[in-house]
Design a binder for this molecule. Sequence first.
Ligand code: ATP
Ligand code: MG
Length: 411
Amino acid sequence: MEYDMLLLRFGEITLKGRNRSRFEQVIHNHVKALMHKFPRAQVIKEYGRIFIAINGEPLEPMIAAMKNVFGVTSMSPIKVVPSRLEDILQTGVDFIKELGPAPGTKFKVTARRIWKAFPHSSHEMNKLVSTPILNANPELKVDVHHPEVDLRVEIREQGTYLFCEVIPGAGGFPLGSNGKAMLLLSGGIDSPVAGWSALRRGLEIECVHFHSYPFTSKKAEQKVIDLAQVLARYSGFIKLHLVPFTEIQTKLAQTGQDNLIITMMRRAMLRIATKLAERNGALALVTGDSLGQVASQTLSSMNAIGRVTNLQILRPLVMTDKVDIIALAQQIGTYDLSILPYEDCCTLFVPKSPATNPNLRVLENVERSLTDLDEMIDKAVEDTETIFIRPGRTIKRRENTEDNVVQESWF
Ligand code: ATP
Ligand code: MG
């Protein structure tokens, strides 16, 4: 079908007033940023929705790109005709002909007269548009309650829009409209999905990853960079902090408290992440924890771990089943990377029986006995390397100059 425009709706943003227009502006910017792939297309903003004049650009890739725009609840490819009765009726017939519904398809027309000067009411238009369609397709069955094809006809002064497809969008809140959080990004399945969920809720995210180089390989690091690249497809830009964790991890291992080591590692991670969050203006931490999934994610463990920070810890997946997390990971495009078998810093020291109910007092005593732990944590923060990531594999390391930006591309 030759469509003229793609209509984007943001129905679920129920906020009123200034917030609403700010949110709409964020979506508009996001859509426009994606348009470099479709140079002939034109973005038209209206109250409560956005139209993209397709102008001969390929529709399927455009729809795929728009499915990444948070805050867009649904979209429809539409045909546009002048608001004259004979044009509308003819286009209705052509539309259904091109659609080619199977015999017996349940059908209805839903007309909306938004331009009140148009001489026929919405109700009259339902009849007027459906009559020639039914004459041309006598095998269609009218069903106003459960139609399989619902031909929508919106009559406006500047033109009439016809469409019947409603494609779900990403939903959620517009990018970055709810502030910033620091995502603890491992190389696993869960944390990238948690990051995507945070983005979808309108949080801007920065990522922090703890590595134990040279015990963990450069391949493991590259995997995390690649995961952040996927998240950058949704956010346009991601800052990734790579924290050297080897010394701290070795120190914690030397305590001989085998069953507490994972808990202590997580506590150290959260303390470092908190410092990085404060430096970068992030007001919360995000993790991929899912209740009961492993020893460090029992209620008791999460409690013992979470005590080291005053920041909110957001755990978007806390109540989500693994199968559902995996399905989401596949959908957002992180799964295949996540299952690559490179070691994570935590897998290096997996104890035989990690504590599921760690004793907070014991933990604090052991940590207090490590007199230089605080210093090591500060040092890890200082030695953190920050990478700037855009989709299209653009990477810039902090210590390098602007010249090292390989390729600029926004989304
Ligand atoms: P994931 O798939 O996210 O790795 P997991 O089931 O393997 O989850 P854990 O290894 O217990 O869970 O980690 C719990 C959470 O702690 C992770 O979701 C992540 O947010 C954080 N985390 C764990 N390891 C690291 C790391 N090396 N760097 C950054 N964050 C980490
Ligand atoms: Mg993990």
